[in-house]
Design a protein around this ligand. Structure first.
Ligand code: ADP
Ligand code: ASP
Ligand code: MG
Length: 823
């Protein structure tokens, strides 16, 4: 014998009921002996509860809702039953709905809805669905018989979640099946899930999701070979697929694990429903009605060996934490006995308990809907202790969630809690309380509800690593560098995924005009089209707000602009545990206190603020300084050529060529800023040497950098760019004399930034062949570090220090380094 159960989603529409009939028919053709249990059509139980509420509060519209329920069932009849048979079935459905209407009229008149009536109202969902589906199956020529479970599932009178009297129930079920099913060709029993009845034949329900329970009770009573729970997902997954898109199927799982997982919010199986199957050692399979060939999940005593230490992660989205604390609790026996005694007496179910070994406080999690009642109960129960000051008043904290990592594999393995806390910490998720069951197959943490999705996804990523870890990127600035970066990410994404287990996902992007954000990720195939078609007018504050709202794990904000206005958001982003990567020098070259604050915030939050490309584009300059400093070296001197533009100009400036023409060429080649004076004035170089000195451990302010101006005043003061070029022409003799003087001494002109004895200076200097900067060609940068360890021969970094490709690749490398830091 095989018991099949179809859930609300499997019987929610014409299409899905067609699937269900196919599955039943296939079993029949195989000659299997089956019994089938049905839930109400998806959503109907909730509607019935709502209708009850409306009726009792005298809202007349409840009849409208009843009509809608009736119509949904009529639609099934019309679609799946031949016309000539429809009348009889429609009349039957009408009859059941009439009974419901009479009941509701009574409720509405006396304005009273007892738990007993509530259960009676909700029983109509399963009664209607099972009636209609039985007729659909029969009209296909399959012998089937409607069977109301109230005739054999006998319970106590705890309406809402009644306890089963197994002795009576098992005997009645066995008797029913002996009479109706134990002969060849007997009709398939089509049974209403979820409902039972008391000894006085009052209708009861087995708890929300209780149709699973019905299937298990019947399976156990009949000693079935297997119980198949047909639902809308491919079995039990490593997490709720609606919350964790990367979740995947668990092929085999033990009863204990499945119970822990489903107890903690994974709805797939209603937790008590596993007990009867477990007791009889009957395997339970979870299968997908919409993908019937998938093997789903088998729940049994043992599970196959697994690749992962944990089996799954689940959550309860909304809980309240009750905290009882006070010095009077220390060492006093019986406080917890009293506490849990009174909770049990009031039938309050406790989700999780945590007590520190100091015994100074006990906290426990409950359904938030009961929180006020619990507080009142405890205030009354501990009134004397509170009055005497032994216990502080009872405190309730709301808007919390519990996350549980579950798995038998955790028993034998250490470091899981450490991993769990470290991932949550890195993502800025504060842990409010922790509990580990002594069975060691469940570690639970309580966190703020608004962090739930981030925490679930981050944990899933770390514990199920065959799936790549995800980095979520937000890009501001889609100019030359930004575009190049997007292309590099696109080209490299496959490699990163397969070799580094890193999935780089661009979640938001904005230029000065438009912005687009999508938490599912923006495909880099056609990002420009999306920006154009879906983009909305750019607002940086709105962009940043969205980033914080999404609250995605492992988020990185990339600023590919040189904008002053964006920098003001860095601190709040870092503070929200979002890493920042940028070639933008503004933040690091302002007041020292601001530079310091960003560093501190990143450190405190455990996120990264990376800006390798602030100096020398993709050349490893900042990383080199940081590496030396962290390993204990001390800087004596830094000398550098930090402007590719100025390198080009002074490498091209030869006798016979006018200086103005050289600058013009540099401008035409795109090497200069739109106003070449921004380069020639040395301002940009000043920022870079300032940042280098700071990285080397010196708290320099911008004013501490002395620039020896190389441009005559008339050039600097020229009102327009053409006028500036005219002034350069007019001053050609001056530039030529600088050049010829240097050449006469066998030297070359170099625009050098240096830092020594706490002072930074910048200016044009002639250098001879013995100097390492003499040989520099083209637009290259060069930096020479003299330190305690590199004293005799300085450490030199040299290479192209400008250009979109190398800058973007430096930014990219910073981003990827954040990915490996997450590992
Ligand atoms: P049914 O109507 O078939 O009883 P339920 O809604 O009770 O279906 O349970 C199925 C749903 O459980 C899935 O649609 C899925 O979103 C949710 N779910 C939560 N956690 C898990 C998990 N770990 N594995 C699979 N599904 C899960
Ligand atoms: N229809 C009931 C509910 O929605 C029982 C079930 O679906 O299992 O809770
Ligand atoms: Mg269910």
């Amino acid at each position: 014998m095989q018991v099949l159960k179809f859930g609300g989603t499997s019987v929610g529409s014409v299409e899905s009921i067609r699937q269900v009939i196919e599955i039943i028919d296939k079993h029949r053709q195989n000659g299997d002996q089956i019994t089938v249990v049905f839930s109400a059509m998806g959503g109907i139980t909730n509607q019935l509860i709502e209708i009850g509420r409306m009726a009792i509060s005298g809202e007349p519209d409840y009849m409208e809702l009843v009509r809608r329920i009736e119509d949904r069932h009529f639609n099934i009849v019309k679609a799946l039953i031949p016309v000539k048979e429809q009348g009889k079935v429609v009349a039957h459905v009408r009859g059941i709905v009439n009974e419901l209407e009479d009941l509701l009229r009574g409720v509405s008149l006396i304005r009273e809805l007892t738990p007993r009536t509530h259960d009676l109202i909700t029983s109509f969902g399963e009664r209607l669905s099972t009636t209609v589906i039985t007729e659909c199956v029969r009209s296909r020529g399959i012998p089937a018989q409607f069977c109301d479970a109230r005739q054999f599932i006998k319970t106590d009178a705890q309406f809402g979640h009644a306890e089963v009297n197994y002795t009576l129930t098992n005997a009645l079920i066995q008797d029913h099946f002996a009479k109706n099913s134990d002969r060849p060709g007997a009709a398939i029993q089509m049974i209403t899930g979820f409902i039972g009845s008391t000894e006085k034949n009052e209708t009861t329900t087995l708890g929300r999701g209780g149709s699973d329970y019905t299937a298990s009770i019947i399976g156990a009573a009949l000693n079935a070979d297997i119980i198949d729970i047909w639902t809308d997902v491919d079995g039990m997954m490593t997490a709720d697929p609606r919350k964790v898109p990367n979740a995947f199927n668990i092929p085999t799982i033990t009863y204990a694990e499945a119970m822990e997982l489903s107890h903690f919010g994974a709805k797939v199986i209603y937790p008590p429903s596993l007990q009867p199957a477990f007791a009889q050692n009957i395997p339970v399979r979870v299968l997908n009605t919409f993908n019937p060939t998938h093997e789903g999940t088998v729940v049994s005593r043992t599970a196959d060996r697994r690749q992962y230490t944990i089996t799954g992660i689940s959550s309860i989205d909304d809980i309240a934490l009750v905290n009882l604390q006070g010095s009077g609790m220390i060492g006093v026996a019986g406080v917890s006995a009293k506490l849990f005694g009174v909770l049990a007496a009031h039938k309050i179910s406790v989700i999780l308990i945590s007590q520190a070994s100091s015994e100074h406080s006990i906290c426990f999690a409950i359904d938030p809907r009961g929180a006020e009642d619990v507080k009142a109960i405890l205030d009354a129960e501990f009134a004397i202790e509170i009055e005497q000051g032994h216990i502080d008043s009872v405190a309730i904290e709301r808007d919390l969630s519990v996350i549980a990592t579950v798995g038998e594999g955790m028993k034998k393995s250490s470091g899981i809690a450490g991993k769990l806390f470290s991932v949550l910490g890195k993502n800025g998720v504060n842990i409010v309380a922790v509990a580990q069951g002594s069975s060691e197959i469940n570690i639970s943490v309580v966190i703020n509800r608004n962090n739930l999705s981030k925490a679930l996804n981050a944990l899933h990523n770390i514990f199920f690593q065959s799936e790549a870890r995800v980095l979520n990127l937000y890009l501001v600035g889609i100019g030359l560098i930004g575009k190049t970066l997007l292309k590099q990410i696109f080209d490299q994404s496959e490699f990163l995924r397969s070799e580094k287990l890193l999935k780089v996902c661009v979640v938001g992007m904005t230029n000065t005009k438009k912005m687009v954000l999508d938490p599912q990720g923006i495909s880099l195939n056609n990002w420009y089209d999306r920006l154009l078609t879906e983009g909305v007018t750019t607002s940086l504050p709105a962009f940043v707000e969205k980033i914080k709202d999404y609250n995605l794990p492992n988020s990185v904000f990339i600023d590919c602009t040189s904008d002053k206005d964006i920098v003001q958001f860095y601190e709040s982003l870092l503070d929200a545990n979002i890493s920042v990567v940028t070639p933008n020098k503004v933040a690091n070259s302002g007041p020292y206190s601001e530079y310091r604050r960003l560093q501190r915030t990143a450190l405190n939050r455990g996120v990264k603020f990376l800006y390798e490309t602030n100096v020398g584009a993709g050349l490893p300059i900042i990383n080199t300084v940081q590496g030396l400093i962290t390993s204990g070296d001390r800087f004596l001197k830094i000398e550098a050529i930090l402007s590719g533009t100025l390198s080009f100009i002074f490498n091209t400036f030869k006798p016979g060529i006018s200086f103005a023409d050289v600058v013009r060429e540099a401008k035409e080649k795109g090497y200069t800023e739109p106003d070449p004076r921004d380069d020639l004035s040395g301002q940009d170089v000043a920022r870079k040497i300032l940042i280098l000195a700071r990285e080397a451990g010196f708290p320099l302010e911008p004013d501490d950098v002395t620039i020896t101006n190389m441009l005559p005043a008339s050039c600097l003061l020229a009102p327009t760019i053409p006028a500036f070029f005219d002034e350069l022409e007019r001053n050609n003799d001056y530039f030529e004399s600088l050049l010829s003087e240097a050449e006469a001494n066998g030297e070359k002109l170099r625009f050098i930034a240096s830092f020594e004895n706490g002072k930074a200076t910048i200016g044009l200097r002639p250098v001879g062949p013995e100097h390492p900067f003499y040989q520099l060609t083209g637009a290259d940068n060069i930096v020479s570090f003299t330190t305690e360890r590199y004293k005799d021969r300085p450490l030199v970094v040299k290479g192209p220090g400008a250009g979109a490709e190398v800058t973007a690749s430096g930014v990219f490398a910073d981003v990827v380094s954040i990915g490996s830091y997450l590992a």
